[in-house]
Design a protein around this ligand. Structure first.
Ligand SMILES: [Zn+2]
Length: 561
C-alpha cells in the first residue's frame, strides 16, 4: 500500500534541503585547501566545442518553456504537448535526426491521470467542510466514487502495538465507523520505536484491519510541511503509466483535515484538538465515541491520456563506435495547470535543465569533428510523478540499451544560476569510471569536485538517470554550485524552496546568472565528449551496487545490497 501522503514530493522537498546542506558541507571541506589540480587540460577541439555553448540558447529555451503559454508543461496536458513540440522543433532546427516513433521526434507515452473531483465532500454533524481549505483526500484512490456515512469515533493515534503495550482501539467499537486519528507521538516513546510501530502504513493497516468505514487524520502538519502545503500537493492531479497495476484492494475513504476543521468537528463534544493532543502526549488513551455522524465521499476523475518523450540523435563519426551512444536527459514536465487555472511554470525545475540539454546539442551539432559515438538528446515527461517518461523510454528504448555508453542527466533547483559556478556535484560518480572522467574535466576547467556528503539521502535515486541505472547504464546527475559566501546563497536557496519549489513562483528571475548555467552545460558537454571518444564504454566499478549488464533488468530484491 502506497503511503497516504504523496511522500515522493515531501521527500524531494527534504532532499533539496539536504542538497543545500551538502553544498554547505563541501564548502567547509574545500576551505581546507583542496585546490583544483591543473594537470588536466582541454584539447583545442574541446575548447572550441565549449565555446559553442551559448547563453542565448539557454536563456531562450528556459524562458520559452517556463512561459505561461506552456501552461506549466503538464504531463499529457495540452501545455506539455506544446512544450514537446517546441523541443522537437529545436531538435529539427539543430539537425538532429529524429529518434521517436514513426520517424518523428516524439515517443508517445500512455498515462492514466487521476484528479480529485469537486464532488468530493465531507460533512460532520450539521457542518459541511471545504475541499482543500478544510480537508483533502489522501491517495491511493482505489475507487472512482468512495463514500462512507457512519458515526465518528476518536481513536487517539490509532495504534495497536504489543511492543508499545498500547491499544488505542481498546474500549471503542470502530467497525463500520469513521475514525479520527491524531498525527503525533506520545512523549514516553522513542522516535525510533514510534516510527517502527506507529508509521502511517501500520496505523492505516490496523484501522482497515478493524473494518473502519473511513479515516480522518487530524493534526496533519509535519515538521517538513504544513497542512496547507500537504493539501496543495494532494489536490493536484496525479499521473501513472497506463499499464501501472491498479491497487488490488479497496480502501475506505481517507482524508486529512486542517486544525480549524478538526476543532469544528469536535465542537460540542467537550474537547478540542489541543486538549486531545496534550492528553495523548502523556501516553493516556483519548479514544471515545462521539455523538456526531460523518458523511464523507472521495470522488476522482480518471482519464487515459497520452504524453510525449522527445528524442533526437547526432550520429557519431566513427564507423564502429557510432552504433553506441551517450544519452543526455532532462525532464521537461512540470506540474502543469489545475482545473482552476493555476499554472506551475517550473523554470528552475526543470526548464533550465532542458535549456542546458539543448545548448549542449547545439554545441555538438555546430562542432567538428563530431564525436565518435552518437549523441542522443532525450527530453522526458512524467518525471514529477516518478520518473515515468524515463522509465517508459528505458523499457521501450528507441536505441538498444546494450549500446548506450552513459546517461548524463540535468535536473535541479536552480543553484547554478545564483552566481558563477565553481562547484560541481556528480551524483553517481562513485559508482563507475565516469567518476575519473568527470574529475579530469573539473580539473581542466578549474571546478571544485563536490562529493555527495549525504549518500544516505539517496539523491542518486531521485531523477531520470536512475531509470538508466536500473537498466545497467552508468550515469551521472550534474548539479552546479556557486562560489562566494555559502551562508548567503544557502539562505537564498532555502527561501526559494519554502516559497517557489514546485510552486507558481518557480519562474525565471531577473537576477539569474546565466553564465552559471552555461558552466554546468559546458561541464556536461565535455564529459559526454570524452566518453563519446574513448575506446571502451564506461564500466561500473566491480564494487558498485548497480554493477550489471546494460539492458539487464533489475536483480531480484534478495540480490540487492
Ligand atoms: Zn526536477
Amino acid at each position: 500500500m502506497k503511503l497516504p501522503f504523496r511522500s515522493a514530493q515531501m521527500r524531494a522537498r527534504i532532499l533539496t534541503g539536504w542538497l543545500l546542506a551538502s553544498l554547505l558541507l563541501t564548502t567547509v571541506v574545500s576551505g581546507q585547501g583542496t585546490a583544483p589540480q591543473t594537470t588536466a587540460t582541454l584539447s583545442a577541439a574541446e575548447s572550441k566545442a565549449s565555446a559553442r555553448v551559448r547563453v542565448e540558447t539557454l536563456r531562450e529555451v528556459t524562458t520559452a518553456l517556463s512561459d505561461k503559454a506552456m501552461e506549466g508543461r503538464g504531463t499529457a496536458q495540452a501545455g506539455g504537448e506544446r512544450a514537446a513540440k517546441y523541443i522537437a522543433d529545436k531538435f529539427k532546427q539543430l539537425g538532429l535526426k529524429p529518434l521517436g516513433d514513426a520517424g518523428g521526434y516524439l515517443q508517445a507515452v500512455r498515462f492514466r491521470s487521476t484528479e480529485v473531483s469537486s464532488e468530493t465532500s465531507l460533512k460532520v454533524g450539521d457542518d459541511s467542510f471545504m475541499l482543500g481549505e478544510d480537508f483533502v483526500p489522501a491517495p491511493p484512490f482505489t475507487a472512482d466514487k468512495n463514500p462512507a456515512s457512519a458515526p465518528l469515533v476518536i481513536v487517539g493515534y490509532g495504534v495497536t502495538s504489543e511492543a508499545l503495550k498500547r491499544d488505542d482501539l481498546a474500549g471503542v467499537d470502530v467497525k463500520g465507523k469513521v475514525v479520527m486519528v491524531l498525527r503525533g507521538q506520545p512523549k514516553n516513546v522513542s522516535a525510533a520505536q514510534w516510527a517502527q510501530e506507529a508509521n502511517l502504513r501500520a496505523i492505516a493497516g490496523n484501522l482497515i484491519g478493524h473494518g473502519v468505514a473511513g479515516i480522518i487524520y487530524a493534526n496533519a502538519s509535519t515538521p517538513q510541511a504544513s497542512y496547507k502545503e500537504i493539501a496543495d500537493y494532494l489536490v493536484r492531479r496525479n499521473v501513472a503509466l497506463a499499464d501501472a497495476p491498479a491497487a488490488p484492494f479497496k480502501l475506505p475513504p481517507i482524508m486529512l483535515v486542517s486544525d480549524a476543521a478538526a476543532n469544528k468537528m469536535l465542537a460540542g463534544t467537550g474537547t478540542t484538538l489541543a486538549e486531545l493532543l496534550a492528553k495523548a502526549e502523556t501516553g493516556e488513551s483519548v479514544s471515545r465515541e462521539v455523538s456526531k455522524a460523518v458523511a464523507m465521499e472521495v470522488t476522482v476523475k480518471r482519464e487515459q491520456v497520452t504524453g510525449s518523450n522527445v528524442v533526437g540523435v547526432l550520429e557519431g563519426s566513427d564507423a564502429r563506435l557510432k552504433s553506441e551512444a551517450v544519452v543526455y536527459t532532462a525532464h521537461y514536465d512540470a506540474f502543469g495547470i489545475t482545473s482552476s487555472g493555476k499554472i506551475y511554470p517550473g523554470a528552475a525545475d526543470n526548464a533550465l535543465g532542458v535549456g542546458e540539454l539543448v545548448s549542449i546539442a547545439e554545441a555538438f551539432t555546430k562542432s567538428s569533428p563530431r564525436p565518435r559515438r552518437s549523441m542522443i538528446f532525450l527530453a522526458v515527461t512524467g518525471e514529477e510523478y516518478g520518473l515515468l517518461g524515463a522509465e517508459y523510454w528505458t523499457k521501450n528504448p528507441t536505441w538498444p540499451l546494450e549500446k548506450i555508453a552513459a546517461d548524463l542527466n540535468f535536473d535541479g533547483i536552480g543553484t547554478e544560476v545564483y552566481a558563477p559556478v565553481k562547484r560541481i556535484v556528480g551524483f553517481g560518480a562513485e559508482y563507475s569510471d565516469l567518476g575519473p572522467v568527470m574529475k579530469e574535466v573539473l580539473d581542466a576547467t578549474g571546478m571544485i569536485l563536490t562529493a555527495d556528503p549525504l549518500p544516505e539521502e539517496g539523491v542518486f535515486y531521485r531523477s531520470d538517470h536512475y531509470a538508466f541505472v536500473r537498466k545497467g547504464v552508468p550515469s551521472l546527475m550534474l548539479l552546479g554550485g556557486p562560489e562566494g559566501e555559502t551562508s548567503k546563497w544557502i539562505m537564498r536557496a532555502q527561501a526559494w524552496m519554502a516559497t517557489d519549489y514546485h510552486q507558481p513562483g518557480d519562474i525565471v528571475r531577473p537576477d539569474w546568472n546565466w553564465d552559471g548555467a552555461r558552466t554546468v552545460s559546458v561541464i556536461g558537454m565535455l564529459i559526454g565528449l570524452r566518453v563519446a571518444n574513448q575506446e571502451a564504454m564506461p564500466r561500473w566499478l566491480p564494487s558498485s551496487p548497480f554493477n550489471r549488464a546494460r539492458g539487464a533488468g533489475e536483480p531480484p530484491p534478495s540480490e540487492k545490497k
